[in-house]
Design a protein around this ligand. Structure first.
Ligand code: B1M
Length: 215
């Protein structure tokens, strides 16, 4: 079992998207749980890329192809992480904040939320605060979920909190924040309603918030 996971990790590091897709499918066919393939194959590979990026051993183009391979692999896992046909438990808007192009973590959070039965409207990356507010209004969402990976873009989360509070949605939607540089302290400081460190915890918290709001 570990051989195929190591192969997935290694192929991801080399940015071989079609081979990553095939290897992920092969691992699924071998009966390896989707969560194990995600954690010990895809994310393990991306961790190695992250360390090399930090140490200037690889650069943006290599990281970009690895990220593409990661997203392709995650797409294969999607049906196994998302439950279909369940009753809608709530509506969430999700996006990566303005100026920030990182979407792998955001995509995972989206998938886990969908897995809990929430309808998720994904605004993509580089999303302005007003776009979060407009989408929440148009879709009668309970949650606005913001992801940021850069210390330079995390202040955009405060702008989103301010934009929501300046609108008629104040108190009617909950704001969830997350991403590598975000902490509970930061979430408290900017007045966000909920911080979670990873996608699985985000999904648990999102479901709980929706249940509390509709109770
Ligand atoms: Co970027 N990058 N990057 N990058 N990149 C980081 C983030 C960095 C830490 C690398 C480093 O130097 N060590 C560093 C940030 C430093 C800092 O600000 N402190 C960095 C930098 C500097 C940059 C550029 C500025 C580089 C440059 O151009 N010189 C540039 C910025 C571009 C921009 O956004 N404007 C840049 C570009 C890129 C690529 C485009 C090449 C690529 C992104 C491709 C893509 O996303 N499609 C990329 C990547 C891939 C990374 C690393 C290597 C991996 C990020 C990732 O996807 N991790 C990253 C290094 C690292 O993190 N180790 C790095 C896997 C993902 C699953 O984790 O997104 O953290 P993550 O999500 C987690 C949790 O954070 C959480 O759940 C997920 C796990 O379950 N989570 C939430 C995320 N969002 C959440 C929301 C929630 C709750 C939980 O609630 C709503």
């Amino acid at each position: 079992m570990s051989e195929i996971l190591e192969e997935i990790s290694s192929l991801l590091q080399k940015g071989r998207a079609p081979k990553v897709k095939a290897a992920v499918q092969q691992a699924l066919d071998a009966g390896i749980p989707a969560s194990t393939i995600l954690q010990d194959g895809l994310l393990a590979g991306m961790d190695v890329v992250g360390v090399k990026f930090k140490n200037n051993e690889v650069f943006v183009p290599e990281v970009l192809v690895a990220a593409r391979a990661m997203n392709k692999g995650v797409e294969v896992l999607r049906p196994y992480l998302v439950s279909d046909g369940v009753e809608e438990k709530g509506v969430a808007i999700i996006g990566t904040v303005k100026g920030d192009m990182h979407d792998i973590g955001k995509n995972l959070v989206r998938m886990m939320l969908e897995g809990k039965g929430l309808r998720v409207i994904d605004l993509g990356v580089d999303v302005a605060p007003e776009a979060f507010v407009d989408a929440a209004r148009e879709n009668s969402a309970q949650l606005v979920c913001c992801s940021a990976l850069l210390t330079t873009t995390m202040p955009e989360m405060k702008n989103i909190v301010d934009a929501v509070n300046a609108s008629e949605l104040k108190g009617k939607v909950k704001i969830m924040v997350g991403g590598a540089p975000i902490t509970q302290e930061y979430a408290d400081e900017i007045g966000a309603d909920c911080y979670t460190p990873d996608a699985a915890t985000a999904a648990e918290a999102a479901l709980q918030l929706c249940q509390e709001m509709t109770a």
